[in-house]
Ligand binder design. Structure first.
Ligand SMILES: Nc1nc2c(ncn2[C@@H]2O[C@H](COP(=O)(O)OP(=O)(O)OP(=O)(O)O)[C@@H](O)[C@H]2O)c(=O)[nH]1
Length: 537
């Protein structure tokens, strides 16, 4: 959806809401008039209805551009709450004052709505692009080695010297070795590259050095000797962040207009949301939409927010998803009570659009990171064995359904035992991470890469012919064999063998995986450092 479309929809929603607010205020004014006119027998249920109506306005009017009405409604709501909690009934003059105040609110709405102009929303530019990531490296004597390693991963990497400006080239990332380049020089060079994210390398790993890096605006900090796989992984996270799948938020609120406003506001910031107005639909929403975060209203008919949060928490599948109350409840004790039952956080309505976006983004990001960490192998960050097997099944089923071709690749590092025996287990781990990063970096974003076993990997390549899969893996095989691994001041090269099989030739998923495994075994038998294709039966 275009930004202008979102703005137009938000403006239409505001108009719709303003009309409803006017009607609500008229109804509440009439109710207050009726109450103040009663000489006896004040009905507590009517007070409660009045209070609920004010609560709704308190939580929504600010969002649609009527902050004063929101504040007024909250004050009246709190006054009514005190009245309801105390045994003494309000006197007719008190209710008459309430009526007058409500009438004034209605008048204020009429004047504000007439003068209202749609406020421009902040733009959230989610940059994207397919050119290789540009990295400038300033590391004096060690620049070449780093440039060589990062070029091997497919980055457009160049050395940055004191004499050479990168004003024209504009790198995405600048890596500076603060231990080897004088601070005036690098700060001067960095000033030419305002877009570049800064990664600092240092000999000093202490708190002060890290704090200084934060103050220099660094996005990453690595100590010598630099662990290249970690650096590369960090780089990938930095530059890929804006391109990942949009965060998903499930909004549970019985006020459709308000929920729709939140949905559009989040949409403007690149966040996908789904609105649920009936609490009983929440489980289906969770299953179908698989959100990163759930925003829950507190006061809903039939099921309160805390009840709903507890109900969601019965199911272990949703444990990782933060449940955040988005409510007009401003009383901190009642907020604490809600949180004590279930739920992770509290946002108070009305909430400014930028505050909502910031709060949702921060929490959704943590939730996404946590989910990824749970499904990923600790050493490599790749998908774990069970999850990658599931993805193979999904691709196999899709292929059967649509007739499209997908390929599965089994990859095994050659003579890995001797690497462990010669250089130690730590170096073996380093090699595993190096290959994991290379696979992630060189395959497409739609491809899945998993760690299948110790030094064994599986890649799933959707919408890919057998020949294209073979070519892609061959290119990675050649690059990997040329990467220099360093251990105890010695450099050495490592190779892998691979087997490729197509979903069109092998069913079910288990047979597909076995075919790729057999082809990989053939590659080993054929002398290693090669890719074999599983020929159709
Ligand atoms: N460093 C390290 N080693 C591992 C890990 N997982 C498995 N290994 C080792 O990887 C080695 C695998 O060796 P083998 O399966 O005999 O095969 P290979 O030496 O790779 O030889 P070929 O596959 O025939 O080329 C074993 O020594 C395992 O102990 C791990 O996570 N880290």
């Amino acid at each position: 959806m275009q930004d202008s479309d979102i703005q137009a929809r938000l403006a239409a929603l505001k108009a719709q809401y303003s009309q409803r607010l006017g009607e609500d205020l008229q109804t509440l004014t009439a109710q207050a008039r009726e109450l103040s006119a009663r000489q006896s027998g004040l009905d507590p249920a009517m007070l409660e209805v009045l209070k609920q109506g004010l609560h709704r306005i308190a939580g929504s009017a600010g969002t649609f551009g009527y902050p004063e009405l929101s504040r007024d409604a909250r004050e009246m709501e709190m006054w009514l709450q005190t009245v309801i909690e105390s045994a003494a009934a309000p006197t007719p003059p008190m209710l008459s004052a309430l009526h007058d105040r409500l009438r004034d609110s209605y008048r204020l709405l009429a004047t504000t709505a007439a003068a209202a102009v749609a406020e421009p929303q902040a733009g959230y530019d989610l940059a994207s692009g397919d050119r290789p990531i540009r990295i400038a490296v300033m590391a004096d004597g060690e620049t070449d080695a780093l440039v060589h390693s990062l070029t091997g991963f497919g980055y457009d990497c160049r050395a940055l010297s004191a004499e050479r400006s990168f004003r024209e080239w504009q790198p995405d990332v600048a890596i500076v070795d603060t231990a080897r380049v004088d601070s005036v020089t690098w700060r001067d060079r960095i000033a030419d590259m305002p877009q570049a994210m800064l990664i600092l390398l240092s000999d000093d790993t202490g708190f002060d050095a890290r704090l200084q890096a934060v103050r220099d605006g660094a996005h990453g900090f690595f100590a010598h000797p630099v662990d290249v796989p970690s650096l590369e992984r960090h780089l990938r996270q930095l530059v890929n962040l804006p391109q990942q799948d949009p965060y998903r938020v499930l909004i549970v609120d019985d006020d459709l207009e308000l929920a729709e406003h939140f949905r559009l506001t989040l949409k403007g910031a690149g966040i996908e949301s789904r609105v649920i107005t009936a609490p009983r639909d929440v489980l289906r929403g969770l299953r179908d939409f698989v959100p990163d975060l759930v925003l829950i209203d507190i006061n809903m008919p039939g099921c309160s927010g805390p009840e709903l949060a507890r109900l969601i928490r019965f199911d272990d599948d949703w444990l990782r998803i933060p449940l955040v109350y988005l409510s007009a409840e401003s009383d901190v004790h009642r907020q604490a009570q809600a949180l004590a039952q279930a739920g992770d956080d509290f946002l108070v309505k009305p909430i400014a659009d930028v505050a909502l976006v910031a709060a949702v983004t921060a929490r959704a990001q943590r939730s996404r990171q946590l989910s990824l960490a749970l499904a990923r192998d600790g050493l490599t960050g790749l998908i774990k064995h069970p999850a990658i097997k599931e993805l193979i099944e999904i691709e196999q089923a899709r292929s059967e359904r649509t007739g499209s071709e997908a390929c599965v690749v089994m990859i095994d590092i050659d003579r890995f035992k001797s690497i462990n025996d010669t250089y130690g287990h730590g170096t073996g781990d380093y090699v595993i991470r190096l290959l994991a990063n290379l696979l992630r970096q060189r395959l497409r974003r739609v491809d899945h890469v998993g760690r299948y076993g110790g030094e064994e990997f599986v890649a799933v390549l959707p919408s890919c012919s057998l020949e294209h899969a073979r070519e892609a893996i061959e290119r990675i095989r050649v690059s990997f064999s040329q990467l220099e691994c360093v251990a105890a001041r010695e450099t050495f090269n490592v190779t892998f063998s691979a087997g490729v099989a197509s979903t069109l030739d092998w069913q079910p998923a288990e047979a597909l995986l076995e075919a790729a495994d057999r082809a990989m075994y053939d590659a080993k038998q054929g002398g290693r450092n090669q890719t074999r294709v599983a020929v159709a039966p």
